[in-house]
Every structure is written in structure tokens, then in C-alpha cells.
Design a protein around this ligand. Structure first.
Ligand SMILES: [Zn+2]
Length: 128
């Protein structure tokens, strides 16, 4: 009898909790195009952590550990490469950032930003 009551209680509590949660849930977050890749990366990191732990407690042989670790790292490298491909690099332009005081054509430098180069006469402004 007690078991039945306990089970019923658990079911009610679970139903209540899940019911409330589903209702309170905000609309799904905007899904990032690399969300699944990020998830995959997180899973691999977790696996690596688990693997390290199992190795340390002696559940894995050294060869098993090395082999699995290599496989995971290979997978991780693939996922990271996919993320790099999927996500446009945040600021590739920062490397080639145009100095507004330097002419992009003749590299003449001026004290203040100008529309046209005083040296070669070409437009100083480049697409920003
Ligand atoms: Zn110039």
C-alpha cells in the first residue's frame, strides 16, 4: 500500500513539475547555426573528462586510454574545424584594418583624416 502511495506521489510530483516547467518555458532560444556543433564539442570534452577519470581510477588500460583519447581528439579537431567553417571569423578585417591617416594607394601618411590623398590624389576612404 505504502509503495502504491509513494509511486502515486512521485508521479504527481513529476507531472506537476514537468507541467509547470513546460508552461513556464519561454519560447525556444534562437538556434545558432553552429548550436549542434557546440553541443557536439561539449559532449566530446565531457567524454574526454570521463575518459581521464576512468583512466585515473584504473578502469582503462593504457592502450585503450590512448586509443580512445586519440579518437576523441580527432573527432574534436573535426568539430572545431566545422565550427570555424560555419562561423565567420569575428574580425578578419582587424588585421588589414585601414589606418584613416594612411593612403591605401601610395601609403603616404597625413596628420588628419582626408577624403583624398594629398600625395597621389586618389580617394582615401575605403569600404569600411
Ligand atoms: Zn596616395
Amino acid at each position: 500500500m505504502i509503495v502504491v502511495v509513494a509511486v502515486a506521489l512521485v508521479v504527481v510530483v513529476l507531472w506537476f513539475t514537468l507541467g509547470v516547467r513546460a508552461k513556464d518555458l519561454p519560447e525556444p532560444e534562437p538556434v545558432s547555426p553552429i548550436k549542434h556543433l557546440e553541443d557536439k564539442k561539449a559532449r566530446i570534452y565531457e567524454s574526454l573528462r570521463d575518459l581521464n577519470f576512468e583512466f585515473r581510477v584504473g578502469k582503462l588500460s593504457d592502450t585503450d586510454y590512448q586509443r580512445t583519447k586519440t579518437e576523441l581528439q580527432k573527432e574534436l579537431a573535426g568539430v572545431l574545424a566545422d565550427i570555424d567553417k560555419a562561423a565567420p571569423a569575428p574580425a578578419p578585417a582587424s588585421n588589414t584594418k585601414q589606418d584613416p591617416l594612411v593612403c591605401p594607394h601610395c601609403k603616404a601618411r597625413f596628420d588628419k583624416p582626408m577624403k583624398f590623398c594629398g600625395q597621389c590624389g586618389k580617394a582615401m576612404e575605403t569600404r569600411s
